[in-house]
Design a protein around this ligand. Structure first.
Ligand SMILES: [Cu+2]
Length: 159
């Protein structure tokens, strides 16, 4: 079971990011908002999001920081990660809840400046506020990173 999970994580992580970006352990990283380079979000997330990896290589055992820009009403189904996740809301409002089921009543609206810290394998779900053009969150932790959906039917890689 655990081996299966690890194999799955490896597949997810390798699919997430190809390029190598410095991490703070080897170089200073000082980035202005205007210098952030956005690309289409990874296949592991529903289409429509943009990602900017600021630090690290998500497939490696090094610190990483990335931002995720989501359009209004963007939904991320219940899932978990192989490592601790720190989520900081940079702009907009991110609705975020803990648990295995997508239950809006169990989520809270987190405005810019909020931070959530979720231990490895804890389940969570979220969506971007409906009225903002975009909601940006920043995620940091130590890789290797990945995402596993509670219901595999929610995994965009399987659609
Ligand atoms: Cu998450």
């Amino acid at each position: 079971m655990l081996q299966g999970k690890m194999a799955l994580i490896t597949v997810l992580v390798l699919g997430l990011l190809g390029g190598y970006i410095a991490y703070a352990g080897e170089a200073n990283i000082m980035v202005m908002p205007s210098e952030i380079k956005w690309t289409d979000g990874p296949a592991s997330l529903p289409p429509g999001a943009k990602i900017a990896v600021i630090e690290g290589d998500l497939s490696k055992a090094v610190p990483f920081t990335f931002r995720l820009k989501m359009p209004a009403n963007y939904k991320i189904a219940p899932h978990w990660h192989p490592a601790i996740e720190h989520v900081t809301v940079v702009s907009g409002t991110f609705y975020f809840g803990a648990g295995d089921t997508y239950d809006m009543a169990k989520a809270k609206a987190f405005p810019a400046g909020s931070i959530m810290v979720m231990p490895a394998t804890h389940t969570m779900f979220g969506w971007a506020e409906a009225t903002a053009d975009e909601t940006v969150i920043q995620v940091h932790g130590v890789g290797p990173w990945g995402i596993t959906y509670v219901n595999s039917a929610d995994d965009p890689r399987k659609k």
